[in-house]
Design a protein around this ligand. Structure first.
Ligand code: FMN
Ligand code: SF4
Length: 787
């Protein structure tokens, strides 16, 4: 045992000696290698640490206060961040200069992004606070109903009291979410009362102004928001109108928010009075706001259209059209044509590629029309009236689309702001529609007939016409022809398309400064249709079916025709008001001004007057005279009086021509010298009135709209024998009732749907401007009415 242990001890000694010998020989190398290894480990750890510390975004963090969830319960409202102590020192900007990110909306709707609606309010006596809480609850439940089809998630709306928050956190740059990795987009709603005494509203407004004017930060520093909308509370008893201060601070906030967000007004300013109409107005606004938020949820953007600039001058300028028509239509920014219903889209827009297609399209065209009650031939010979019905129509050489999508005409018309529907119809917003949406007055048809312009749609089922009038503002872009030789779209396609196009354009106006939520909501129900845009509506073979569709939805019809298609006029069904354009009083003058394509234009014209005379007890008939100095005014009064005697229209509308800029009419092109002054129109009307009386015709000057340079002569049939007052207005409901109850041939006429008396302000000598609307000049400045 002992030997074994000795042997083992001596071998251990030998190993120790070997190890020490090794250490002595390799000591420097071992120490060097160990140092290198330690250094490498240290470096590795250091680098790893730095990487972990790196912030996820190089941008400055704005707010470290967590964003609390909203609940209407008091205890939860308490967890809202407390207002920071107002600093007395110089204003510190925690934001940065960022370029407005206009492309952001369309790209930011990544999968899984979250949206949070922030509801800001101020309240002195508690009304707004109470309303805001209810509003936020409604909004919250409706947002939860949203199906996040594309992964968009709505966070709970959050209510923030303007007296408690730090403006720098929310009103310099858009807020940052608590979790830096979360992708949250913000949408602001602001509900504010107005006070003409010093309140928190003044401080808030001052902050918005300062931020916009601060040279260190971007002027539109809130452009990162998805959008915003404002609702004002006020008191109509003390401040009856906007001019007198009703909701003036909400208007101001709306304006400054437009500037700060780069025109992201998502829905028009709403206004209500708790003692009066608040419930109704707030409901309209809430519905609109909800739709917009829904739009964002499904498309990731506020939708196409005009963004309110926050500056009335700028936005008015962009709407002034050099090509205003008689009815004052406007050019809007390019909009894609309204998508057609799936079923018909393909056939309505395709190009004709080969001969087989022609056959198919002709068949389709007939099939489509078969559904309507008035099947019509594909081609109608309009060249010589009276013969078309007896002569067998020659087969059309080809059947094309009137305005194919690929054509320069289509491009020109869409550039001018038309929405082309199908292949031959169009719709456009007139400038009066926008004006009425902003409370700046309706067109003369409101003064004369009670039509609110924001509920009126201007369209045509035929962009083609058989005249080339020198005063036409379409600049030669429209097709002309004496025969219908194109594909015929079915009336239901046209009706659905023009309505969709009109509503789409109305929606595009929701961001325009001055548009009010109340009128915007009204505008989403079309009540009137002016079939007078361009072209000749009765050229369309299924015009009666189209009119029936309008009337079926209780949309009134004002149809203007050019007195060149007597056969079609004769078979025209009921319309609310039927116009013929009377552009001259004699053959030579008419040839010069209308430049008609028909050889027998004068005979056609006179026959149309005879048809109107025969219809005058069934339909409200109107002669429309457009006065063009140097063309159809001088020495023609007596001739016009003779035409009135022949046609005996219910009304004669006399209007000065509107200058359309450069005209396509070559040497005959118009200039400003052809536009009569209102005084000249008045002189003409008075002369015509005298001539009519001299002929023993019972007419009188009933109404005027000086702003449109338009005067109305009316038959005594529309004057109350008891009061002597004119009744030029229309009882639209009565018209539809008569049509529905008694049918088109039920023995009723214009006297049966006469409306209330023409308002005093619209009668002759009063100017015709509704005193409830603002009168402004083209720059949006207030105007003093001079009559
Ligand atoms: C002193 C005072 C001044 C006011 N000034 C205006 C005003 O200029 N314009 C307006 O539309 N309403 C004005 N109002 C009405 C309030 O805006 C309205 O009553 C509102 O509903 C109050 O909301 P709140 O209870 O949330 O503070 C004023 C009210 C008071 C008491
Ligand atoms: S009638 Fe209708 S379309 Fe024509 S100008 Fe008036 S509002 Fe516009």
């Amino acid at each position: 045992m002992s030997n074994t242990s000795w042997e083992s001890n001596s071998s251990n000694d030998a190993e120790l000696r070997n190890f020490l010998a090794l250490w002595h020989n390799y000591r420097p190398s071992i120490l060097g290698a160990a140092t290198c290894l330690l250094l490498a480990i240290w470096l590795y750890l250091q680098l790893g640490q730095r990487k972990g510390d790196r912030p996820s975004s190089p941008k400055l963090e704005l707010g470290k206060t967590p964003l609390p969830e909203f609940s209407s319960e008091k205890k939860k409202v308490d967890i809202l961040p407390k207002a920071k102590e107002a600093s007395n020192g110089p204003r510190r900007i925690k934001g940065e200069l960022r370029k407005p990110d206009s492309a952001k909306l369309s790209t930011q709707h990544d999968h899984g992004r979250q949206t949070r609606v922030l509801v800001f309010f101020s309240s002195l006596t508690g009304t707004t606070e109470k309303i805001v809480k209810e509003f936020a609850q409604t909004l919250e439940s409706s947002l939860l109903e949203q199906i996040p089809e594309n992964g968009q998630i709505f966070l709970k709306p959050q209510v923030l009291d303007l007296t408690e928050i730090d403006y720098d956190e929310y009103f310099i740059n858009s807020p940052k979410p608590e979790d830096p990795n979360a992708q949250v987009d913000y949408f602001y709603l602001l509900l504010l009362p107005s006070y003409n005494i010093d309140t928190i509203n003044d401080t808030f407004l001052e902050h918005l102004k300062e931020t916009h004017n601060d040279f260190r930060i971007d002027k539109a520093s809130l452009s990162g928001l998805l959008g915003y909308s404002v609702f004002g509370l006020g008191d109509r008893e003390g401040w009856p109108s906007e001019e007198e201060g009703f909701c003036f601070q909400a208007k101001e906030v709306d304006k400054w928010m437009a500037k700060l967000t780069g025109r992201k007004r998502a829905f028009p300013l709403g206004m209500g009075d708790p003692k009066n109409d608040l419930k109704e107005r707030l409901n309209e606004w809430t519905e609109g706001v909800r739709d917009v938020v829904k739009l964002i949820a499904t498309t990731g953007s506020l939708g196409e259209g005009v963004r309110g600039s926050g500056d009335a001058v700028e936005s008015d300028d962009e709407y002034i059209s050099e090509g205003e028509d008689d009815d004052g239509e406007v050019i809007m920014e390019d909009a894609p044509a309204v998508p057609l219903p799936k079923k018909t889209k393909k056939k309505a827009t395709r190009d004709l590629e080969d001969v087989e297609d022609l056959g198919k399209i002709m068949k389709t065209s007939r099939d489509d029309a078969a559904g309507s009650k008035d099947p019509a031939p594909i081609a109608v010979d309009f060249t010589t009236y009276g013969k078309a019905s007896t002569k067998k129509a020659a087969p059309p050489p080809t059947v094309k689309e009137m305005v194919p999508k690929s054509s320069p005409t289509y491009a020109a018309l869409t550039k001018q702001g038309y929405t082309i529907v199908g292949s031959h119809s169009g719709v456009k917003i007139c400038r009066w529609t926008k004006s009425a949406l902003r409370g700046r007055g309706s067109c003369y048809k409101y003064s004369f007939y009670g039509i609110h312009s924001h509920q009126c749609m201007e369209s045509t089922p035929s962009l083609s016409c058989s005249n080339k009038c020198v005063f036409c503002w379409r600049h030669g872009t429209n097709p002309v022809g004496t025969t219908w030789r194109w594909v015929v779209d079915p009336p239901d396609l046209i009706f659905a398309g023009v309505k969709a196009g009109h509503y789409q354009k109305i929606k595009m106006l929701r961001g325009v400064p001055g548009v009010r939520a109340e009128r915007f909501a009204e505008a989403m129900r079309i009540r009137h249709c002016a079939l007078s845009l361009v072209g000749e509506p009765i050229f369309y073979p299924h015009i009666n079916a189209l009119l029936a569709l309008l009337h079926g939805e209780r949309i009134s019809s004002f149809l203007v025709c050019n007195a060149q298609h007597p056969d079609q006029l004769e078979t025209l069904g009921p319309v609310t008001q039927l116009y013929v354009s009377i552009d001259a009083s004699n053959r030579e003058s008419l040839r010069r001004i209308d430049r008609p394509l028909h050889r027998d234009f004068w005979e056609r014209f006179l026959r149309c007057l005879d048809i109107l005379r025969a219809r005058r007890h069934r339909t409200r008939t109107v002669f429309r005279l457009t006065l063009v100095k140097g063309f159809n005014v001088d020495d023609e009064v007596d001739g016009y009086a003779a035409l009135v005697e022949r046609g005996l229209p219910c009304f004669v509308e006399i209007k000065g021509v509107t200058y359309c800029g450069t005209s396509s009419s070559g040497k005959d092109g118009l200039s400003m010298s052809n536009v009569p002054f209102y005084a000249e129109v008045v002189a003409f009307v008075e002369a015509l009135d005298r001539k009519l009386r001299a002929r023993g015709l019972a007419y009188g000057i009933a109404a005027e709209h000086a702003h449109s340079c338009c005067v109305l002569l009316a038959s005594d049939r529309f004057r109350s024998p008891d009061t002597g007052r004119w009744h030029t207005r229309i009882d639209y409901d009565r018209f539809f009732d008569l049509l529905e109850e008694r049918g088109p041939d039920g023995g009723w006429g214009p006297e049966d749907y006469v409306g209330e008396a023409t308002p005093e302000w619209a009668t002759w000598g009063q100017g015709g401007f509704d005193p409830r609307d603002d009168r402004v000049d083209r720059k949006g400045r207030k105007k003093v009415v001079e009559i």
